[in-house]
Design a protein around this ligand. Structure first.
Ligand SMILES: [Zn+2]
Ligand SMILES: [Zn+2]
Length: 238
């Protein structure tokens, strides 16, 4: 692999579309979603629940460390690896979504196995136990995660996307945006307090309820983050 090859295959435009697209989509979505009174009410409820936790001495240093690890790791993936596996060549619209679905399904399986057997197994039980100190979760707990766990989780998601791109060919920037938008947001949303058990909130209500059960103690099921598929398949739905 020569320097010329690296320069020729470094698709910085694709990476930039991925990065900016993700930031803009996230910003627009959250701006619109928070205008809905029912969601605003949930937001205020989580703020009230988060406040006493944030004032505990243990929360801020962990949140800061985990944010730094996440930032540096994402920067490394974005600038060093993604440019080699992203494309801007037009594809049929359905392919943007099916490719994103493939990334998310493979990632969720790998996360399920890691979460169930490594985080809840002997190897990293103590590391993951830090996140499980939160028995009654609210929004802030999505960021109360050991930096090593953040490192592993980020590598798992980015590694899945890069590995599949290496196997099946580059993914379009739009595919990366869809997959990462869902990955980022579900990981935050599943820790929120949420009690809107009616259309169109039923899915979010289901996701938050399942993850809240997972946090009751370290012996509960619901190991997947994105969908209940693997918990259902392997009999660990709780
Ligand atoms: Zn767990
Ligand atoms: Zn959690």
């Amino acid at each position: 692999m020569s320097i010329d090859w690296l320069i020729e295959h470094y698709n910085w435009q694709g990476m930039l579309v991925h990065l900016l697209g993700l930031v803009v989509l996230t910003k627009i979505t959250w701006t619109l979603v928070f205008r809905i009174p029912a969601i605003q009410e949930m937001y205020q409820w989580n703020r009230r629940e988060d406040k006493p936790k944030k004032s505990l001495a243990k929360y801020r240093p962990i949140m800061k460390q985990t944010a730094q690890v996440g930032l540096y790791l994402h920067a490394a993936f974005f600038f060093l690896l993604i440019p080699f596996v992203v494309t801007l060549e037009a594809q049929p619209v359905w392919k943007y979504f099916t490719d994103a679905l493939m990334i998310l399904l493979v990632y969720d399986f790998l996360y399920y196995v890691t979460h169930r057997f490594i985080f809840h197994g002997k190897i990293l039980r103590r590391v993951h136990g830090l996140h499980h100190q939160a028995r009654d979760i609210s929004a802030v707990d999505s960021r109360y995660v050991h930096p090593l766990e953040t490192f592993i989780g980020t590598c798992l998601f980015m590694g899945t996307a890069l590995g599949l791109a290496a196997a099946f060919g580059s993914f379009h920037a739009v595919t990366f945006i869809i997959a990462q938008f869902i990955f980022n947001n579900v990981n935050q949303i599943n820790h929120t307090k949420f009690n809107l058990d009616y259309f169109p909130y039923k899915t979010v209500n289901y996701i938050t309820t399942k993850h809240a059960i997972h946090h009751i103690d370290m012996n509960k099921g619901n190991y997947s983050t994105l969908s209940p598929l693997y918990d259902w398949m392997f009999g660990t739905l709780d």
